[in-house]
Write a protein that binds this ligand. Sequence first.
Ligand code: DGL
Length: 249
Amino acid sequence: MKKEGNIGIFDSGIGGVTVLKEIIKILPNENYIYYSDSKNNPYGDKENKEVLKICDNIVKYLLEKKCKIIVIACNTASAQASDFLRKKYPNIPFVAIEPAYKMVHDFAYDKPTLVMATKGTMESEKFNLLYNKYNNYKTYLLPCIGLADVIESDNKEKIYEYLEEKISEYKGKVENVVLGCTHYPLIENEIKSILGNVKFFNGAERLAVHLKNILENKDMLEYNEGKIEFIDSQNIEQKKERFLKIIKN
Ligand code: DGL
């Protein structure tokens, strides 16, 4: 029997909207439930045990809301919890994002690269395997502690201050920038204003294609009206407004 249901997608806030935007470009006829866990933002500085517990609770909730597949639209949660979730819920397919470091290997291997991600992602075994496999020996790794949090609060001044302090030293030194956290594509312009005309690498587009392939192979594609239900764990109305604004632009 064909398995029907929603596509569940979650992140520690609205950052995963940058992933959902890519997904709906190629899967406009699916229904989505987006879970923004602003209550637990940031995940990037938390202990692994806590991240597992948080993700497990979100998955339970999304399954109650009849999700047929779950997209982990958070690099930190993907790096730390995807193996655990796949083992715990063997009948549910999970699609997990990862920093687009392989894309650098595929498209711009010879160029100096800055990888920006949370501390949790950078310290994870998954990221280190990826990094060692595709290392171009011209890469700077920058754990951006607290940056997702500043983006989540949408404070432009603080975002500039943060970037000035943390990334100015890479100006002129790097040509590629891996946006290894789903919040970071929201500040591409601000990063460019400091680093100049760098090339961004972000895993969302590839994830969307991968998701579509899985749905096709498992005969799970649907032709619905393309509804998006937004849920925030703190019920913050501005989060919903900002989310919808980004999705529509
Ligand atoms: N957006 C997330 C990521 O992709 C998490 C940021 C955080 O909560 O620290 O890593």
